[in-house]
Design a protein around this ligand. Structure first.
Ligand code: IMP
Ligand code: MG
Length: 187
């Protein structure tokens, strides 16, 4: 295993907190209220993209006051370090059919957009009634493909973010806020 930090506390590796727990809570409950209004009388299935969306989705569904079901998908992107091929492998597929359902995909960050573009096309081919995207963070400057984002928590510049479910090398998902990391962590 690569040792990426010598600090005992995950907080010590943080450079700057971009969004505090309070700011996140407020935003999540705003999104939950909007989604509650939009999905009245629909057949809502919330699909989380693991692992990053785990914490965001857990909070989000508790602020949606509607009958709903949840499912998860695990997707991995091929060749991401060398090139953004947009070829995505579904590592763990949905448990149930989404035919006729009103699917809301929940993602942590949309960067190039290639992962979600693939998932949208894939899900549409399964005969959904409707499909929308809810992302906690959006980096619009990095987009390589046009993607319509229906619900977005925060737009951010091209900085690497961790916390609230989002990782660097599988670490820092347990930070309760969204933050950038000290540069020595990457070196
Ligand atoms: P893309 O939109 O297909 O480029 O992929 C987005 C995915 O890349 C996200 O779901 C994250 O897993 C990862 N990602 C993009 N930006 C960041 C970041 O700032 N921190 C951590 N992971 C990121
Ligand atoms: Mg992700």
């Amino acid at each position: 295993m690569t040792i990426i930090s010598n600090n005992d506390s995950v907080h010590d590796d943080v450079k700057e907190i971009l969004f505090s727990q309070d700011q996140i809570n407020k935003k999540v409950s705003e999104l939950g209220n909007i989604i509650t209004n939009d999905y009245k009388n629909k057949d809502l299935l919330v699909v989380g993209v693991l692992k990053g969306a785990n914490i965001f989705m857990s909070d989000l569904i508790r602020s949606i006051n509607l009958p709903l079901e949840i499912d998860f998908i695990v997707a991995s992107s091929y060749g991401k370090s060398t090139q953004s091929s947009g070829v995505v492998k579904i590592v763990k597929d949905l448990d149930y059919s989404i035919e006729g359902r009103d699917v809301l995909i929940v993602e942590d960050i949309i960067d190039t957009g290639l992962t979600l573009n693939y998932l949208m096309t894939n899900f549409k081919s399964r005969g959904v009634n409707s499909i929308k995207i809810c992302t906690l963070l959006d980096k619009p400057k990095r987009r390589e493909i046009e993607l319509n984002i229906d619900y977005c928590g925060f737009e951010i510049p091209d900085v690497f973010i961790v916390g609230y479910g989002i990782d660097f090398a599988e670490r820092y998902r347990n930070l309760p806020y969204l933050a950038s990391l000290k540069s020595e962590i990457y070196e």
